[in-house]
Design a protein around this ligand. Structure first.
Ligand code: SAM
Length: 289
């Protein structure tokens, strides 16, 4: 079949099935061949790879993925797209389409069944209304994962890659950088989609770190600390962390720990890099115990 990645072929297939875009599902389909090629190149697909695609739409990118990978699992929530995908992907025997909500499906089970538990790659033009929950769930569920190559809203990509001191730096930057190495691949103008989104987009690749840094319990405490620090962004850590029940520390405990770390009592979390949060987290856990 001819590539779907242009206006003419996309309109043709949408009309054939009388498809109506559903805003609630964040449907903005890619119609630019160059961008499709850039995303697939950035994912560095090998012929032994199992790819999970989130939200295949009418299958535009799925066709590229299927021609390079060993297998593709495509999870699509909109049941109206399923007959279209059966049509557009009919010449590929290595694609499985699941009509599921990515936030509800058991991805660990998919990895187990489809790739014998070996690390998969994720590639997607993500629905923007749930980008952050999807990314967080992928990391927090600790699935075997080589990389995530995704199109996201430009501001979200900026937050993922931000460093301490920048206005974009926050809990998302720290979570993404704890689990992976982010790299911005390219900016994408709204004209590359149908319909056009009201925002600019960016393709970003998150390459998973090989080994988890911390034990599960330490990791949970670290993220509770990070959340508490940025929930109360304008407060000093001494005021922001005390009385957060998950942390179990008092103002005096926080003051003592900052003293041990050689930091002033007026310090705020937004200036801390990941290593410093890990150190603070270890000290606070000791106070708690
Ligand atoms: N991959 C296609 C492309 O690039 O042209 C479509 C991308 S579009 C931005 C997002 C896709 O995600 C849509 O097909 C939408 O129906 C699907 N989607 C939205 N929410 C979803 C969810 N919770 N689980 C799975 N798919 C979802």
């Amino acid at each position: 079949m001819e590539s779907l990645g242009n206006v003419k072929n996309t309109i043709e297939i949408l009309q054939k099935y009388n498809f109506n875009f559903q805003k609630k599902f964040g449907q903005n389909f890619l119609i630019d061949k160059n961008i499709l090629e850039k995303i697939v190149d950035a994912a560095q697909i090998e012929d032994s790879d199992c790819i999970l695609e989130i939200g295949p739409g009418i299958g535009t990118m799925t066709q590229y993925l299927a021609s390079q990978a060993r297998s593709v699992i495509a999870v699509e929530i909109d049941k109206n797209l399923i007959p279209i995908l059966q049509d557009t992907l009919s010449s590929y025997n290595n694609v499985k389409v699941l009509n599921e909500d990515i936030l509800k499906v058991d991805i660990n089970r998919i990895v187990e069944e489809e790739n014998a538990g070996r690390p998969i790659k994720i590639v997607a033009n993500l629905p923007y209304y749930i980008t952050t929950p999807i990314i967080m769930q992928l990391f927090e569920s600790h699935i075997a994962l080589k990389s995530i190559t995704v199109m996201v809203q430009k501001e979200v990509a900026d937050r993922m890659q931000a460093s301490p001191g920048s206005k974009d730096y926050g809990a998302l930057s720290l979570a993404v950088q704890y689990y992976s190495e982010p790299e911005i691949i390219t900016k994408v103008p709204a004209s590359c989609f149908m319909p056009r989104p009201n925002v600019d987009s960016t393709v970003i690749r998150l390459t998973s770190h090989e080994n988890p840094r911390l034990e599960a319990e330490e990791e949970a405490y670290l993220f509770a600390l990070i959340r508490a620090s940025f929930n109360q962004r304008r407060k000093t850590l001494v005021n922001g962390l005390a009385n957060v029940s998950e942390l179990g520390v008092s103002k005096d405990d926080v003051k003592t720990v900052l003293g041990k770390m050689g930091l002033p009592e007026t310090v705020r979390g937004e200036t801390f890099e990941l290593e410093r949060f890990i150190e603070l987290s270890e000290y606070l856990r000791e106070m708690k115990e």
